[in-house]
Design a protein. Sequence first.
Length: 212
Amino acid sequence: MIRRPSTKDSIPHPSLRIDPQALGLSEFPREFFRLNTTHVAREIIGAWFARRFQNQWYGARIVETEAYLGSNDAAAHSWRGRRTPRNEPMYMDGGHLYVFFVYGMHHCANVVTRATGVAEAVLLRAAEGPEGAPVKLLSGPGKLCAGIGITVSSTGEDLLSNGDIRLFRCRGKEPEIGITKRIGVDYAGEAAEWPLRFIDRNSPAVSKRNYK
DNA sequence: GACCAGATGTACT
DNA sequence: GTACATCTGGTCT
């Protein structure tokens, strides 16, 4: 029997059950996602990434992101205007989801930014579940997708428009933002040094790499 | 902290 | 056909 990662969206971890209304979550406007990608990467620290599954919501608070700046960024899939079936969603309007499969076993979720035709995105690197969820459950981009149950079958979906995968803003205390270079992009030359990773300094789910 | 195997889709020759 | 990837978890120092 051949084992392979499912390409179908899978079951979210039960500890991630949330009630968006009780948490006071609200929608971002489309225009927000069309803004400067670095700004979006920073502003969605503290936002909630959520998925509706069997009529229940599951979600987590984002604590680590990275900005990928399109055709001028050697670390981005859209470097030098590269356009393939895989990265096609990067060219969609801001507020869409770009999910890719990497290293033969992990999925990574990105929020597409800027206008249609501009291939920039924000990688969601880590999140914290609601109270009671294991601290390390979502402490990496592959784990985040596995925990919420997201796979490439959801690439290209709209995070607005009342879909089943959403990004919500949350009113509450401001996170303490830290900035570092990105992780895992050493092949990208000078771009590997750019300060495009944003973290919530107070989150135990954030990797200590390139930091402190 | 550094190093490494693992598994396979994707891009490119 | 070949090389490598927006990673993770384990081992060793």
